[in-house]
Design a protein around this ligand. Structure first.
Ligand SMILES: Cc1ncc(COP(=O)(O)O)c(C=O)c1O
Length: 368
């Protein structure tokens, strides 16, 4: 299989560890192992005693039980733990797709959600997010995209990079449409539980039935990207077994220390999500003020969930702007061209504590 470079990851590889302010991160503020262990009495004493042998390939039962609390209709045997969400995307595509298949993918989006299927040889149709409609997807357009050889629909809500959150009515209708057409729904829910209004939390797609696979990870809402613990949740036995069987060729099983820490994290996930949501909301206030002060230069649709927004630069060229910003004042933004999106947008990250200082730097740069 021939995979082109993952543009976003290559861009971060260049800047992430040598730039003072990352103003475009998708993950929320992380914490130390000690801070995480302090959530649970006795955890700090147990952690150094952990056995460092191989772990259960599907993920430890204790961790899968915790993850299962996200999905009211599922049981631990429906959870398959991976090394990050990235591995799960890769394995899902290889487990279910062949070169003759057609796949419909929420666009713009996280590159691997389309690229791995394209690498397998599938025909990809973008299901376009409409900026003029708060980045919404249109179900009538989806109906028109379905072909006799369509195998799967891939969506991501809450969405990277726009912060779009599908409505409950549309999510219900989407699941029904997928079921009626005998398709698979790959639902990337890695930003779930970061909705600004808790009433807008959607059910997980996997709780609608066997047609759906939900993707989760500790990296984003819970702010623990360094654990590299992701998972899929599905009651579809065939998909589960095919993915489990492929995993023997990638990582076999997960890191034991990460599984232990992820189990603690998932037990206290409401606390972690609450802490990160507070950071996001404080940062949104700063961004609202900043963008109002510079409305001649930026336009944006305020996100409804997650740790990102996707504003548009109204003057100049976004790649040039981002390049000057990072080299002159050490503030990293992500040009929308990384998403093959050429409308002068850029990704703004809302989950880091130092956002107010980064915005100060950005403002100094603008006023220079
Ligand atoms: C929508 C989406 N899915 C999956 C991933 C992969 O997550 P991880 O890097 O933790 O494996 C990301 C990371 O940015 C993402 O934004």
């Amino acid at each position: 299989m021939n995979l082109p470079p993952f543009k976003l990851e290559r861009y971060f590889a260049k800047y992430e560890f040598n730039t003072q302010f990352l103003l475009c991160s998708s993950d929320c503020e992380a914490m130390s192992i000690a801070d995480l262990l302090a959530f649970e009495e006795g955890a700090a004493e147990k952690f150094p005693q952990l056995w460092l042998g191989y772990t259960e390939s599907q993920g430890s039962l204790a961790l899968r039980k915790e993850i299962c609390n996200l999905y009211p209709t599922l049981r631990p045997e429906h959870i398959l733990v991976h090394t990050g969400a990235g591995e799960a995307i890769y394995l899902f595509m290889h487990a279910v797709l062949t070169a003759d298949d057609h796949v419909i993918v929420h666009t713009p989006g996280y590159q691997s959600l389309a690229e791995v299927a394209r690498g397998i040889g599938c025909d990809i149709s973008p299901w376009l997010a409409h900026e003029e409609n708060q980045w919404a997807l249109d179900l009538d357009e989806l109906r028109r995209l379905i072909r006799p050889n369509t195998k799967a629909i891939v969506i991501n809500t809450p969405h990277n990079p726009t912060g779009y959150l599908m409505s409950r009515a549309d999510f219900d209708a989407l699941n029904k449409l997928v079921q009626e057409n005998n398709l698979l729904l790959f639902s990337d829910e890695v930003y779930r539980e970061s909705e600004y209004d808790p009433a807008t939390l959607l059910p997980a797609a996997c709780d609608y039935g066997e047609h759906a696979v939900s993707l989760g990870v500790t990296s984003k809402t819970y702010g623990l990207a360094g654990l590299r613990i992701g998972w899929i949740a599905t009651s579809n036995k065939k998909v589960y077994e095919n993915m489990a069987s492929l995993k023997d060729y990638t990582t076999i099983c997960n890191s034991a220390p990460s599984e232990f820490l992820a189990e603690v994290a998932m037990r206290y996930r409401a606390k972690l999500a609450g802490r990160n949501l507070k950071i996001i909301q404080d940062n949104l206030t700063v961004m609202d003020d900043f963008l109002a002060r510079h409305s001649n230069l930026f336009a944006w649709t305020r996100p409804r969930a997650g740790s990102m927004g996707f504003p548009r630069l109204l003057k100049g060229d976004i790649e040039d702007f981002c390049d000057k910003l990072v080299t002159q004042v050490g503030v990293l933004l992500l040009p929308g061209t990384i998403y093959d999106e050429s409308n002068n947008h850029f990704r703004l990250g809302l989950g880091r504590k130092n956002l107010p200082q980064a915005v100060e730097r950005l403002e100094e740069f603008l006023l220079k």
